[in-house]
Structure formats: structure tokens, C-alpha cells
Design a protein around this ligand. Structure first.
Ligand SMILES: Nc1ncnc2c1ncn2[C@@H]1O[C@H](COP(=O)(O)OP(=O)(O)OP(=O)(O)O)[C@@H](O)[C@H]1O
Ligand SMILES: [Mg+2]
Length: 319
């Protein structure tokens, strides 16, 4: 693997825990200055992959290059060039906002004469002025997230690992958080961010969908939607739950996602007339309704490549 290739390059990256293969033969190419997303169900290997890329966990097999360094062998040279925001809040709850940042600065040996200025700059950028003397443990979810991002970026890392940085944060704070990520990317920082939110995944320059440790799909979100290995049919019916159950049993149906009273049905590419096929299932089940083909969104891609009905599963399967 050449050093000029990208911020992160892996080949055959694999990590097992006992009988579980948490990361399975993963090939990644993450270009410098991009926001790259990891999307995948719980337990699909996102955190494990990030920990290996950050040099905190050794792989069982495979090669890793991060910022041109062979990991884990050259991890000592990597430490000060990356930032890592862990999935769980990992700052000191009994230190104030300012004290936490000062502590992180000391770890990264930020020069003494610029520390004060850098901390003030971060407190300002991440809207933490009013909380500067508040203990981190008493901050709201969104404030904690902003403090964690401030801490992860304090030493101007070239590469940022953000593991589900916006879980439990309201939509406005998430938007604000993403504005900050785009500012960082524009300034040249490469960002690897894991998420469960489709809207966030869609905002990434490139994306990997992980499933059971494997790469289920990779590419630009737009391209993934254009090249989805399925066709999508929208169904309007007065009995969406009943229709969803029937459709799921149909041979050419990959998945069914309910959105309000509408259904999005992902249909196998082998089916020539997907809307007709869906309409037939409805009539055979004695259901009235209307079916028409629509463009795919990212959730359709997710369901198709992982074979998981996330939206329907989230609502629970009625008996
Ligand atoms: N230290 C460990 N020991 C044993 N098993 C582990 C360990 N770390 C992770 N695993 C297992 O590896 C698999 C992948 O876990 P991982 O935390 O990487 O998933 P994830 O995609 O980050 O999930 P989530 O979305 O829930 O954060 C899971 O089955 C998990 O139980
Ligand atoms: Mg995780």
C-alpha cells in the first residue's frame, strides 16, 4: 500500500472475539479531507474497526495504513495526529469544561504560550462560554457532545474518529454539530464518523455500510441510491400493517419499510414489473391499495444490502 493513497487504507482487516468475527475482511480507502461514514446495525463492527484504526486494538489479520503509518506498529507516531471521540463520554465528569480542555492540552503537549488562546477559541467555537466552569458531569447531552468534539480537535488532528457522536442529541444540535464537521473537513481534516441516522449518513462524502463485520456496500450516498440492487415501490393502503405482513412473505420482496401510513417495498431486481408484482400481492390478500415505483433513498439501500427491515423492526412486529 502506497503512502500517498489516502488517510486510511485497510486490506483484509479482521478481528475476532472468541467465536464472533467482529470485523471481517474489511477493505477501506478513505481519502484525505473527506467525511466518511460508517453505517451499520448494533454489533456490526463499527467501534471495533475504529479502535483498530486508532491503534488501540490489534487486528487478527490484515493491513492498516493510517496517515501513511503502518498500524499498530507505528502507533506511537500516530497518537498526536488523530483525535478520537469515543461512543461513551470519556472526559472527566468532576472537572469543569475548562479544566477538561486544559488536561487534554497537557496530554498533547500543546505549547504553553498558546494553550490559553486555543482553549478560549474552542470554548467560543463550541458555544460553551456559559458552561466553562460547570462540571462536565452536569452538562446536557448536547453540551457534552460539543465538549467532547472540542477535546478531540484541540491539537488540530489531521484525522478524527467520531463514534456515534450525535446519539441522544436533538435535531437542531445535530445540524449544528454537522456544520462544525464540514468546517473541519473544509480545513483539511479527514473525518470518520459512525452513525445510526440515515440523514447523517446521507451527508457524508462517502459511506460504508457494515453488516456482521463485513462491508455490505461502499461509495458515495447518491451513487449507492442510484445503483441500489433493488427497485422500490411505494404502497398506499388503508391497512398498512396487514399489507406489510403479506408483502414480506412474497418471494421477490426483500424488505418492507413503513413510513407513516405509506409502505416502501424493496423488490428484487429479477422482477420485471415490481409495482405490478406488489399490486398482485395486495389483491390476492384482499387488500385495496395503490402501488407505484419511486426512487430509492438511503434506508432502501440499507435494507436491501443488509436484508434488515430496520423501520418495521423498530416498531415491533405485531402478532
Ligand atoms: N472486547 C470485546 N470482547 C468480546 N466481544 C466484543 C468485544 N468488543 C466487541 N465485541 C463484539 O464484537 C461485535 C461488534 O461490536 P462493535 O462494538 O464493534 O459493534 P458496533 O457496530 O460498534 O455496534 P453499536 O452500533 O451497538 O455501537 C459485537 O458482537 C460485540 O459483542
Ligand atoms: Mg459502537
Amino acid at each position: 500500500m502506497s503512502e500517498t493513497q489516502g488517510a486510511v487504507v485497510t486490506r483484509g482487516l479482521t478481528r475476532r472475539f472468541g467465536a464472533i468475527t467482529a470485523v471481517d475482511d474489511l477493505d477501506l480507502d478513505i481519502k484525505r479531507g473527506t467525511i466518511y461514514g460508517f453505517l451499520g446495525p448494533n454489533g456490526s463492527g463499527k467501534t471495533t474497526a475504529i479502535r483498530m484504526l486508532a491503534g488501540l486494538l490489534s487486528p487478527n489479520a490484515g493491513d492498516i495504513r493510517v496517515l501513511g503509518l503502518a498500524i499498530p506498529r507505528q502507533v506511537g507516531k500516530l497518537r498526536h495526529r488523530i483525535g478520537y471521540m469515543t461512543q461513551r463520554f470519556s472526559l472527566y465528569e468532576d472537572l469543569s469544561v475548562r479544566e477538561n480542555l486544559a488536561f487534554i492540552a497537557s496530554i498533547h503537549t500543546v505549547p504553553r504560550d498558546s494553550v490559553r488562546h486555543r482553549i478560549e477559541e474552542l470554548i467560543d467555537t463550541y458555544h460553551l462560554s456559559e458552561q466553562r466552569h460547570q462540571q462536565a458531569g452536569t452538562l446536557s447531552g448536547g453540551q457534552r457532545q460539543r465538549l467532547a468534539l472540542a477535546a478531540a480537535t484541540l491539537h488540530y488532528p489531521e484525522l478524527l474518529f467520531l463514534d456515534e457522536p450525535t446519539s441522544a442529541v436533538d435535531p437542531e444540535s445535530r445540524r449544528d454539530f454537522w456544520d462544525k464537521l464540514f468546517d473541519l473537513a473544509e480545513a483539511g481534516t479527514t473525518i470518520l464518523v459512525s452513525t445510526h441516522y440515515m440523514d447523517e449518513a446521507e451527508r457524508c462524502h462517502e459511506l460504508a455500510i457494515l453488516d456482521r463485520g463485513r462491508l455490505a456496500a461502499q461509495g458515495k450516498p447518491r451513487g449507492m441510491m442510484d445503483d441500489i440492487p433493488a427497485r422500490v415501490v411505494q404502497v398506499t393502503t388503508s391497512r398498512p400493517r396487514h399489507a406489510a405482513r403479506r408483502l414480506k412473505q412474497a418471494k421477490s420482496v426483500i424488505g418492507v419499510t413503513q413510513v407513516g401510513d405509506l409502505l416502501r417495498v424493496q423488490v428484487d431486481l429479477a422482477e420485471d414489473d415490481p409495482a405490478g408484482c406488489v399490486q398482485r400481492v395486495l389483491s390476492e390478500s384482499g387488500l385495496e391499495g395503490d402501488s407505484r415505483e419511486i426512487p430509492a433513498n438511503l434506508e432502501d439501500v440499507f435494507v436491501t444490502v443488509t436484508g434488515r427491515d430496520r423501520a418495521t423492526d423498530r416498531q415491533g412486529e405485531p402478532a
